[in-house]
Design a protein around this ligand. Structure first.
Ligand code: ATP
Length: 222
């Protein structure tokens, strides 16, 4: 992945925050790791660029760390909703450009939205949904929710469509869907041509409305 070097701060080093911190460091980013718990901070001393023991609900501490100069701050305090909200509020007031916060539930998300968090994530809920979709369907391998009603899904081509060209299958007219790429083994065909025949086991990257994707899945299952 082509990445631009940026400075990040990750507040809360549980499994989620810890994983973000490790990955950012792996990507060569400057990362400040912060937690109120000394042991957790020690674990990141050799991973992050800086690891600090601090209470993020203390405005003076955040100020003295120059938090507003970071490009992006991730608030990964899950259980203590009050601390998560207060931290986000302070970051916002201090003028941090980009704030990503892990939400524990829908109420938490609502408040975070109100106070201006730029990105709100629900890792457990989203991963749960993804896995449920994956195990419930015989044809969907993975999916990415674009909105409440639209997704990008990976669908495996079975006997129902193998051998057909994209033109013959015509998912755009029949299902209102677009096949944006085809994965075949190690190869990937982006914007595949209409004459491209689909092979058994091809993975189709399909974008569209969830209801249309469901119809296509049912067609494949027949
Ligand atoms: P995960 O589900 O990601 O594993 P967790 O359950 O391990 O999370 P949480 O209680 O959600 O942990 O909190 C994540 C981290 O946030 C903990 O390591 C905790 O010490 C830290 N934390 C909580 N409050 C503060 C605070 N005010 N300032 C800094 N860090 C905090």
């Amino acid at each position: 992945m082509a990445v631009q070097k940026k400075e990040f701060a990750v507040i809360g080093l549980g499994r989620f925050g810890g994983s973000i911190c490790r990955e950012l460091a792996q990507l060569g980013m400057e990362v400040m790791a912060m937690d109120i718990d000394e042991e957790r901070v020690n674990e990141f001393a050799n991973i992050a660029s800086h690891a600090v023991i601090a209470d993020s609900t203390d405005e003076m501490v955040l100020k003295s760390l120059g938090i507003r100069n970071f490009d992006h701050v991730v608030v990964a305090i899950g259980d203590n909703i009050q601390a998560s909200i207060l931290t986000t509020l302070i970051l916002k007031e201090l003028g941090v450009e980009n704030i990503t916060v892990k939400a524990q539930n829908d109420y938490h998300e609502k408040v975070l939205r109100k106070i201006g968090a730029d990105q709100i994530v629900h890792p457990e809920r989203d991963m749960g949904r993804r896995i449920a979709n994956n195990i419930a369907s015989n044809s969907v391998l993975d999916y990415l929710e674009l909105s409440d009603e639209h997704s990008i899904v990976e669908i495996i081509a079975n006997r129902a469509i193998s051998g057909q060209t994209l033109q013959a299958l015509n998912v755009r007219a029949r299902f209102g869907l677009n096949i944006v790429a085809i994965k075949r083994g190690r190869e990937i065909f982006v914007s595949p041509g209409a004459a491209e025949p689909i092979q058994m086991g091809d993975i189709l990257i399909v974008i569209g409305a969830d209801a249309d994707i469901d119809r296509f899945e049912q067609f494949l299952a027949k």
